[in-house]
Design a protein around this ligand. Sequence first.
Ligand code: NDP
Length: 268
Amino acid sequence: MDKFLVVGNPIGQSKSPIIHKLFATQTNIELSYEKYLTTSDDFDDDMRNFFTQGGKGANVTAPFKEQAFALCDCLSSDANAAGAVNTLYIQNGKIVGDNTDGRGLVADLLNHKVTLADKTILLLGAGGASRGVILPLLAQQPKHLIVVNRTQSKADALIAHFNDSRLSTISYQQTAEVDVDIIINATSASLSAELPPLAPTAVVNATCYDMVYNHQLTPFLAWCQNHKASQVIDGLGMLVGQAAESFAIWHGVKPAVAPVLNSLREQL
Ligand code: NDP
């Protein structure tokens, strides 16, 4: 049976084994998919050993996405742009890395009938998650993609890295002056029940997306709803979407996201 794993630290919370096993049942593919806890000292050796012993693929979660990027012999364009890898596999004896987070986000937005072409998007945060979704978002041809971050120098560095005329950055204070269609919260603020200091006026009539998910609305999405957002969406669909993209890379078949998303939502 082909072996897969998700590696991270901590890893107990990961929903990837549940998701991949549901995809496997749906597509009649036999596989084993386990959680794997490691340390940054052991990560490289553990991953090499896994593939040497016949492992077929691995998902990588925090805090190892950058380390996985450095480990790879070959990288996809999304992984290269993101500087981070969440999907590993072997091709011709080489370790290949991809980053499916951005494709998962875009697929989830499109599933919610949120079109991105010609829209103005505000992207909150300038960490790994934000960096990973910029190229797939730009591929949808938005009019503007504006990055806002608490630490301005990190947003500046992100803009310089991508060097695209549709990309710009403003401060949180300046969000009071912009008219945006879609707001994507790629900060980790919701994890500690904090709110990014976004101007309430920016939210009015906007579609608001939080990469974090919970059994109830995240603090950010609840705040957006209170400030007249047109639609609020959490990141569970992104999680299942990025997993579907990894599954397609490994097995050559794209599973249906909706039934797995529904089943996961019931278990939250
Ligand atoms: P990082 O640690 O790399 O970056 C965190 C970002 O959040 C930084 O830009 C930081 O700003 C900002 N931030 C943190 N707290 C606050 C706050 N109180 N107010 C404003 N900004 C804040 O994390 P990642 O980029 O890797 O991940 C971000 C989030 O995305 C995580 O919660 C993660 O769980 C989620 N995620 C979800 C996925 C999914 O599939 N649904 C996939 C990937 C990530 P500063 O630079 O100023 O510190």
